[in-house]
Design a protein around this ligand. Structure first.
Ligand SMILES: Cc1cc2nc3c(=O)[nH]c(=O)nc-3n(C[C@H](O)[C@H](O)[C@H](O)COP(=O)(O)O)c2cc1C
Ligand code: SF4
Length: 516
């Protein structure tokens, strides 16, 4: 017997949709009609257990029960098994919150993703949303900035710069206009946490940006969104319109007399437009070219005005920091890496997904305990941490903790928290070549070490692979890496040496060089 009325959750997240979540939702809706079952379907965000998508959940008195991966052809048998009451089925996974992958996480920024209806403001508020903004509106700007500073929150877009210091700079300036810009370009390979937040809990980003605006005295905000994210665009625009209509955005925020207007701008698909100054150029309607710094955007930013630029995850972490206080957030993490990091596990992983953990979790825990090793079943040979500009680490180095300083000390970077897994069929000489090629393709062209160096880098690696004067060319490649690192204007040219050097150092055999 089916219960009188059941609530079924089916993600509207792009990855779930790519696995057929739309067809599953249609099939459940049609089957419910056919059987006269009263079913309310909520299109939630993804829980981030991507190997189980489409993951369908049913609300039951003992909690939500999960089934996955579900295809449209499973739907009739789910109804036969009475899944609407949480009964057993071959795809049943038990209580969602008890799935070990989820249970052992520390979800602060992702607290609501997969749980609420992303575009329902009432749902957001019912799950603790907007408490941070309420608190911020009762504080001075300096007090809000102090909470963010105390929390130790560092930029999650790549550079790990302390958010509080950036905000303090803008707060201290007098200007006729200040801006808050959210960097939602998410160009790094293997990363998707920004997208998950924007699709799965857009209000948390809107709230974070509003708090930033209230804190520093900005009245206009922009979300610079990559063009490849149409579902995020829809969710953001819907959420912004609702927040506007209900007084959470606009000329008089919650009757405080403070104003903040927010709009989304869609990029045109260039990796360099994720670099903050190129992003500003693009937002101003120009070609995405990197600007010289100083002045930093916090002082001279969009249209020459003081501008806070933060990544999606940085801003989406602000509501909980302000709601619970900086000390609450700071209690998570290690060393100077405070709070949690939404880690994105991708590539050849058996269980890819989103894992939010306090800094300090090791690469080995992520790759084996969460990821279950490789999808191919072959040994893990290398992992690339931190996107296309991050280092390749061998299996022997996986006890490294996710910590800005620890990873940097080994020649890598945490970046946006993406980890891409490779098995023993990977050729690291080819990956190094690809790093140089990527830089050559994506270079904005403003400075010589990057524009010319990356093309020469591809040629030198080709000569090494072809065994032309191998030792001398390897030395030349190292020299070229030094030049690119020290002479490039921005981190595209400056950090491309990281994957190249790490491949040379940890996998010399792939280049035909002697292993020590
Ligand atoms: C080539 C390049 C690409 C970048 N792409 C992104 C991006 O896609 N998203 C992002 O948030 N930051 C990106 N950054 C970092 C930004 O320049 C900037 O540091 C960041 O948006 C600041 O926000 P945060 O302090 O919150 O991290 C990129 C930097 C470089 C050099
Ligand atoms: S390093 Fe490359 S991307 Fe950055 S400014 Fe120079 S040419 Fe442009």
């Amino acid at each position: 017997m089916s219960p009188m009325s059941a609530t079924v959750y089916i993600p509207r997240d792009s990855s779930a949709l790519s696995m057929g979540a739309g067809a599953v939702a249609d099939a459940i809706s049609a089957e419910a009609k056919r059987r006269n079952a009263d079913v309310r379907i909520v299109r939630n965000g993804s829980r981030g257990l991507y190997w189980l998508e489409p993951l369908v959940e049913v609300e039951t008195p003992k909690g939500r029960v999960a089934y996955g991966p579900v295809s449209a052809s499973d739907v009739a048998s789910l109804f036969d098994a009475n899944f609407l009451a949480g009964e057993n089925h071959r795809l049943a996974l038990g209580i969602t919150e008890d799935i070990p992958y989820l249970k052992s996480q520390e979800r602060l920024t992702f607290a609501r993703v997969g749980i609420t209806d992303p575009v329902s403001l009432d749902d957001y508020v019912a799950h603790g949303g907007y408490r941070g903004l309420q608190r911020a509106l009762a504080m001075t700007g300096a007090q809000v900035v102090e909470e963010v500073t105390v929390s130790g929150l560092r930029g999650r877009g790549g550079a790990g710069f302390p958010a509080g210091i950036k905000w303090k700079t803008t707060l201290g300036l007098e200007a006729k206009q200040k801006y808050v810009v959210c960097n939602a370009d998410e160009g790094d390979s293997g990363t998707f946490s920004d997208r998950m937040i924007m699709e799965g809990d857009p209000f948390v980003l809107i709230e974070g940006m509003t708090i930033a605006a209230v804190a520093v005295g900005a009245t206009q905000g922009y979300i610079y969104l990559r063009s490849e994210y149409p579902h995020a665009l829809r969710a953001l625009n819907e959420a912004i319109a609702t927040a506007d209509a209900r007084g959470y955005l606009g000329a008089n925020l919650l009757d405080s007399g403070k104003a903040f207007k927010l709009e989304v701008r869609v990029g045109a698909g260039a990796y360099i437009c994720g670099e903050e100054t190129a992003m500003l150029e693009s937002l101003e309607g120009k070609r995405g070219m990197v600007r010289y710094k100083p002045p930093v955007p916090a002082i001279v930013g969009l249209f020459g005005m003081p501008t806070i630029i933060n990544n999606v995850i940085t801003l989406a972490s602000v509501p909980i920091v302000v709601e619970k206080g900086g000390n609450f957030y700071k209690d998570y993490g290690m060393g100077r890496s405070r709070g949690t990091l939404p880690i994105q596990l991708a590539g050849n992983a058996k269980r890819p997904g989103l894992i939010e953990k306090a800094f300090g979790v090791t690469l080995r825990e992520i790759i084996y305990e969460y990821g279950g090793g490789t999808a191919s079943g072959r040994p893990v040979r290398a992992v690339q941490v931190g996107g296309p500009l991050g280092a390749y680490f061998p299996d022997s180095m996986l006890d490294l903790p996710m910590d800005y300083e620890a990873i940097a000390a080994k020649g890598g970077l945490v970046g946006h928290g993406g980890i891409v897994v490779f098995d023993d069929t990977v050729d690291l000489a080819q990956m190094a070549r690809y790093a140089m090629e990527f830089c050559a393709i994506e270079s904005c062209g403003k400075c010589t070490p990057c524009r010319i160096g990356s093309t020469r880098g591809v040629e030198v690696i080709d000569r090494i692979i072809r065994n032309e004067d191998r030792a001398a060319n390897a030395e030349l490649l190292r020299d070229l890496c030094d030049t690119m690192q020290s002479g490039s204007l921005c981190a595209l040219g400056g950090l491309t040496p990281l994957p190249v050097r790490s491949a040379l150092t940890h996998f010399p055999g792939d280049f035909g060089l002697a292993t020590s």
